[in-house]
Design a protein around this ligand. Structure first.
Ligand SMILES: C[S@@+](CC[C@H](N)C(=O)[O-])C[C@H]1O[C@@H](n2cnc3c(N)ncnc32)[C@H](O)[C@@H]1O
Length: 324
C-alpha cells in the first residue's frame, strides 16, 4: 500500500495497544465462566483467505446467489445509480467478492468517479486499491473504521453518494448491533443518497446447515480464539482444543456455532477469577441471523431509508433504498 493510501486509514486499529482489552477480557470471562451465549464474530475479521475458503464452497449459496442477483439486475441498479458520483462500500471483503459483486456493481454506475472502501480490518483493505485501480478509472480511498461505532464524514460532501453493504454482513450482528449499524448508515447518508443492502431470507434447515456447518466456517469461528490467544497468552495452549457444532433455530431465525472443549483445562483472565473448563463443555460463540422480507422493509423504512425496490426471487434479496 502506498503512503498516500495508508495515511487515509484512520487510527482505529483493532489490535493496537490502545484497544481497551478490559472489554475483551470481560467478554471472554462471560463466555467461559458465566457460560453466556455470545456473538463474538466481531473478533474474527482478520484473514481474507479464510473468507475465500467459505465463499468458494459450492453449498455457500449466499455468495453465488448474490453475485447472480447483481448481474441479473444491472438495468435496475443502473437506474438507481445513474447519477451517483461516489460509491462507498462497507465491508467489501476479499478478492472474489470484489470480482463478482463490487466490480459489476461499479459498472452499473455510469457517472461514478470515486470508490471508497470502509472496513474494520487492514488485512481486507490492503489489496483493494490495487484491484480497483487496475480494473476501473475510479479514484480509490480506504477508510479503516468500525461502522458499528460510526461512519466518519467525507470531506467532499455535496456529491451524489451510494452506500453498499453486501455479503450477509448485517446478519452476523445481533439485533442491537444491526440497529446500530443501520442507524450509523442512515446518519451518514444525506437526503437522496442511495443505500443498497442484501438480506438472506433462507429458512431451509438443510441448505443452511450445508452452507454453514463446514470446516471453512469452523476455521473462521476459531479465529475468535486465535484472537483471544494473541491477547491472553495463558489461553494460547488451548486455543485449538475445540470441536464445532452448528445448529439452526427456526423460531429466532438463527444459525448458531457452538464449540465444545476436547479436554479439561484452566487458565487465567486478567482481573478475573481463574477459569476452569471441563471436557465436553459447550460455548455458543457465533450467531448468524436470517431475515424476513416484510420485517426488514419496515426496519429500513423506520431508519429513513425508504425501500424503493426489492430484487430477487430466491433466498437473497437486494434492497435498494433512498435516504429521506
Ligand atoms: C461477510 S464479509 C462480506 C464481504 C463482501 N462484502 C461480500 O459480499 O462477500 C464482511 C466484511 O465486513 C467487514 N466488517 C465486519 N464488521 C465490520 C465492522 N463492524 N466495521 C467495519 N467492517 C466490518 C469484514 O472485515 C469483512 O470485510
Amino acid at each position: 500500500m502506498t503512503d498516500t493510501k495508508k495515511h487515509q486509514l484512520n487510527e482505529e486499529k483493532f489490535r493496537s495497544d490502545d484497544v481497551d482489552l478490559s472489554k475483551v477480557h470481560s467478554d471472554f470471562y462471560e463466555l467461559f465462566a458465566l457460560n453466556h451465549k455470545k456473538n463474538m464474530l466481531c473478533y474474527v475479521f482478520e484473514d481474507p483467505k479464510k473468507y475465500e475458503d467459505v465463499i468458494s464452497n459450492p453449498n455457500y449459496y449466499l455468495f453465488k446467489e448474490e453475485a447472480e442477483l447483481i448481474s441479473q439486475n444491472k438495468v435496475l441498479l443502473g437506474q438507481y445509480l445513474q447519477n451517483i458520483e461516489t460509491l462507498i462500500e462497507l465491508g467489501p471483503g476479499s478478492k472474489n467478492s470484489l470480482i463478482y459483486k463490487t466490480l459489476p456493481l461499479l459498472k452499473c454506475a455510469s457517472a461514478l468517479s470515486e470508490y471508497i472502501a470502509l472496513d474494520i480490518s487492514e488485512n481486507y483493505l490492503e489489496k483493494i486499491s490495487e484491484f480497483i485501480e487496475q480494473n476501473t478509472n475510479l479514484q480509490v480511498s480506504l477508510i479503516q473504521s468500525n461502522f458499528l461505532e460510526s461512519i466518519p464524514p467525507l470531506p467532499n460532501n455535496g456529491k451524489n453518494k451510494a452506500i453498499v453493504l453486501l455479503g450477509g454482513t448485517l446478519g452476523g450482528f445481533d439485533e442491537d448491533d444491526r440497529i446500530k449499524c443501520l442507524q450509523n448508515i442512515s446518519s451518514f447518508a444525506e437526503s437522496g443518497d442511495v443505500f443498497i443492502i442484501s438480506a438472506d431470507t433462507n429458512l431451509d434447515k438443510e441448505s443452511l446447515l450445508r452452507a454453514y456447518s463446514t470446516e471453512a466456517s469452523k476455521n473462521i469461528v476459531m479465529e475468535v480464539f486465535e484472537y483471544y490467544a494473541s491477547v491472553n497468552l495463558d489461553f494460547k495452549p488451548y486455543k485449538n482444543c475445540f470441536d464445532m457444532k452448528t445448529e439452526w433455530e427456526e423460531s429466532s431465525r438463527t444459525i448458531s456455532h457452538e464449540l465444545s472443549s476436547l479436554q479439561d483445562f484452566s487458565f487465567k483472565i486478567k482481573s478475573h477469577e481463574d477459569i476452569q473448563v471441563s471436557k465436553g463443555q459447550e460455548f455458543q460463540i457465533v450467531r448468524v441471523h436470517k431475515f424476513c422480507e416484510e420485517e426488514f422493509t419496515k426496519l429500513l423504512n423506520s431508519m429513513k431509508l425508504r425501500v424503493m425496490s426489492i430484487a430477487g426471487t430466491g433466498n437473497i434479496k437486494l434492497f435498494i433504498t433512498m435516504k429521506y
